[in-house]
Ligand binder design. Sequence first.
Ligand code: ADP
Ligand code: ASP
Ligand code: MG
Length: 416
Amino acid sequence: MAIIVHKYGGTSMGSPERIKNVARRVAKWHRAGHQMLVVVSAMSGETNRLLALAKEISPNPSPRELDVIASTGEQVSMGLLALALHELGVDAISFNGSQVAVHTDSSHTKARIESIDGERIHSELDAGKVVIVAGFQGRDADGNVTTLGRGGSDTSAVALAVAVGAQECLIFTDVDGVYTTDPRIEPRAARLDAISFEEMLELASLGSKVLQIRSVEFAGKYRMPMRVLSSLTDPDLPVEEEAVSGTLISFEDDPNMEKALVSGIACTRDEAKITLAQVPDTPGVAYKILGPIAEANIDVDMIVQNVSHAGTTDFTFTVAKGDLTRALLVLEKDVVPVVKAKEVATSTEIAKVSCVGIGMRTHANVAARIFNALAKEGINIQMIGTSEIKVSLVIEDKYMELAVRALHQAFGLNKE
Ligand code: ADP
Ligand code: ASP
Ligand code: MG
């Protein structure tokens, strides 16, 4: 009997009514003869509520205790879903991350899964039970509770699917698949039946929160078939129909498939920009600036060094908004005294918009088309970053939605 993993996100688990619908859906798959492992998120808004509570008590909370607090949301959901399944006469049992040995490193609030022992899950599945596991959490080598970063239940689901040798991992959410861009920003976005793993990886890393990036990385590394589909449809839809709905993350690279130039557009307001003004334009300066930042475990995304005037230049880079305060402390302490920057300026009012497409590999001029589309809307570009299959732009945040819609249109992505 094949093991199937279902993951239900916050909206899908958002109320007792919705949880009862999830139970009906899971019971249906179970009745159809599958061994069911279900990974759940906290009810929508719950993780935010818990983190806000912590901040009310302490403006600078200990990451270890934050994880203790934030992980409770999923624990409530898993128990509620187990009860809803019992009400339907289905034998179900729930476990938190620690109980099924989801081992992670000790980076609280952004821990990485290192191993999972599937033994307990297997024995419950073999006993005919539906097994429900809390997403987003694990334990480190010392037994501390850890969490996997926002949106981390997607990663729990794929990692658990790999650990138990599941046939497929189905991510049920509040949209019916992966779209050419966030359908909340562009209602004319089109749903994709399939998206290549590489494109999904880029979209996720560039801010499309429909899947957490690490879940896509896991799926790619272990070739775990993965599909994104809606939990808000009729829960009694026939299993065969549901099984092929939504968007498949495809590992096939079909050379005959016509590749869209741009397949999707991602955007994020999660970054902040830091500029060191008038640093000496000499070899080693970039290292002197970014070395201490890297040592502090702060990821840098976009980087621009401007042309020098009279031997000095401006050096600009972006970090996650959540890391800005720490980055500034590092700069003040270890960088500015060494490189003698005239000024350190920051902006949190930026957004990053990115066009992603495998087709870019074989077509030139994508960047020119992007610049043209933004110029027509009078949107100024502050920073540009490119790779083989993406172009990212940093712009003023108030233009983010406008830029997404303009680019969506410029690359012919609007649905009929
Ligand atoms: P869940 O709680 O189920 O994990 P999320 O809110 O994390 O759901 O992710 C689903 C949301 O992702 C959608 O409601 C949608 O607004 C957003 N989203 C962003 N980009 C895309 C995209 N390209 N396709 C589909 N949804 C997207
Ligand atoms: N509940 C967590 C969050 O809100 C994890 C998840 O939903 O995937 O980020
Ligand atoms: Mg999510």
